[in-house]
Design a binder for this molecule. Structure first.
Ligand code: GLP
Length: 257
């Protein structure tokens, strides 16, 4: 796993945004995997800037989001459908029919999840998957003890995740307890993963993911097995990394090569 330590949130967002944009430039019909949360908002701003200022073209792209809360329809301001349109899709030229966000309102969740997996496979798989990390080390909504081979399915959120995400809702009781989430196995099949991690509250989870054992207790640690995963982190999030100096040395050596 490549770890890129950045000065601050802005540098992290710019570098991660450039990594995603490179995939789109190399393959105009790229299949893009997107994540929600506060961490990738700067990355999305960077993609919007590149679209507006540099003509970065998403018109042939197809997108798949990681997850969605159960019970919230797309017009709910806290739904991930709404979040993605507010923070990205309404500001770039990806055709509306090419956007896929799991639906949290299907009566037959299992059938929907199977169809979502099939749609990703039919598209040829995800070329680049954007990721954040939960404070308990989860990716998408794969909570601790999720199988590292899991596929898209309905999951139950931990109380910690409900607490973490309560800040976006009027009251804690409004946070759904269930979500539809791509599995760890689904994420691992993306050709490239670009993760953004910022803030001191993520320092512990980041160190466990990068330098701890591969374990379903930290589902993001599965990325240690991924052949092309890059993690862009800010100073605060990097505080607990034992190999911090090495990661800085690698980046310095790369830039001087
Ligand atoms: C949710 C999402 C994750 C995201 C995490 C962290 O749990 N399902 O995909 O990585 O929140 O969010 P934030 O970036 O706001 O800390």
């Amino acid at each position: 796993m490549e770890v890129v330590i950045c000065r601050d949130y802005d540098e992290m967002s710019a570098k991660a945004g450039a990594a995603v944009a490179d995939v789109v430039k190399a393959k105009p019909k790229a299949v893009l995997g997107f994540a929600t949360g506060s961490s990738p908002i700067g990355l999305y701003k960077e993609l919007i800037r590149m679209h507006k200022d540099e003509g970065l073209d998403f018109s042939k792209c197809l997108t798949f989001n990681l997850d969605e809360y159960c019970g919230l329809s797309g017009d709910h301001p806290q739904s991930y459908w709404y979040f993605m349109h507010e923070n990205l899709f309404n500001h770039i030229n990806v055709p509306k029919g090419k956007v896929n966000v799991p639906s949290g309102t299907e009566a037959d969740h299992a059938a929907f999840c199977r169809a979502y997996e099939e749609k990703i496979a039919k598209a040829g798989g995800i070329d680049v998957q954007v990721l954040g990390i939960g404070s308990d080390g989860h990716i998408a909504f794969n909570e601790p003890t999720s199988s590292l081979g899991s596929r898209t399915r309905m999951v139950t959120l931990t109380e910690q995740t409900i607490d973490d995400n309560a800040r976006f809702f009027e009251k804690r009781e409004d946070v759904p307890r269930h979500a539809i989430s791509m599995g760890v196995g689904t994420v691992m099949e993306a050709k490239k993963c670009v993760m953004v991690v910022n803030g001191a509250n993520k320092a512990e989870a980041l160190a466990a993911m990068v330098e701890g054992p591969v374990t379903s207790m930290i589902t993001a640690s599965a990325l240690q097995w991924h052949p092309d995963a890059v993690v862009f982190v800010d100073e605060a999030a990097s505080a607990n990394l034992k190999m911090r100096d090495y990661y800085l040395w690698v980046q310095k050596s790369k830039s001087e090569a």
